[in-house]
Design a protein. Sequence first.
Length: 394
Amino acid sequence: MIEMRKGKEMKYPVPFLCALIILFFGAQTGLAGRPNSGYPKVTVPVIRVAILKGLRSLDIHGRDLSIRDIRSFQNLYESRTPSRVILKGEGNGIRVAGVLHKISLVSVTTTSPVLMINGKTYRGKLEIAREQDNTLTIINELDIEKYLIGLINHEISSAWNLEAVKAQAIVARTYAIFQKYKRQEDFYDMVSSVLDQVYGGTLSEDERARQAVNDTRGLILTYKGNPILALYHSSCGGRTESSKYFTGEDLPYLRGVSCQFCSNAPNYFWIYNIPLDKLAKAIASDGYRVGNIIAINVKKRTPSHRAYEISIVSDTGTITIQGEKMRKAVGYDRLKSLNFNVSIKNNEAVFMGSGAGHGVGLCQWGIKGMADKGYTYKQILNYYYPGTNLKKLY
Ligand SMILES: [Zn+2]
């Protein structure tokens, strides 16, 4: 599921499909000395995923390991045998195998099919970036199709009906392509967390995930020729949300649909109790002035019944907080969605809700329900993203 941040970073120029095609394939044409066959060689784009962040040091295992400074191409470490290297962010540099270098980005390559970092295995090329606070971010650069195979089982279960798994593969591919072009200036395209898509490395790959990705190779969802912002979530609880109330943008393919397909979701109904003083503390930590809470009321709801504005009456006055901000302050895992009613009982706030996630776009438990009823992945995608078209990018 994706819990996307709101605000400034959601404003972006939507990249055009033709620009993507030029970026992906343009470099493949007109190569020196290559006969003009008329058919450019099509390559799969790479995606750069921040897989671990905030680390003081890290432990890399591999065979024929090579570590280079990306700017100068200087070789900082090389070993022909299986070896283990410790990297540390330190004094505005990176310490590689005991030697400190004044650098901020290194590449790590191996001849092994996978690299092991902190006990997990990863495919493809690795880069290590030193952030301003001297912590390290590990970036895994890999073929987008391989990335998708490792992603499926962290988003849904590949044991679900294959039509549902294919729908998930296409949506995740579309989301990744969209982010790749939105974050061109950054060290990486995606973060492996609920903020983007959860990538679990090669350990979560299996045959069914591979089949769903291969069967839909290169397919993305587009609206008027452009890749869509393919938001998705765990379960909607009956109706998906309009992007207008989440990102602030009224996207025509994200206006919300009714969904009768996710009633088997584990969080279709949930209850969350929190002591009032704890709730006040959580909200206050986000900069609000809240005293002893007396009443909580949902002031405004979106058309899908989600809490848009909540008023909190305390002995220091009344504040209004946006639903999304409240979810963030309390915790996305605790306040599972904004589709809730709230009351106060025995000094506790009692939230009774339905569904999990922001509710925008595709409902993951809904696609399981639809596929089980015999819908194809094309019908499923057209249902949750009306007006969109599938395009084969490569
Ligand atoms: Zn649903």
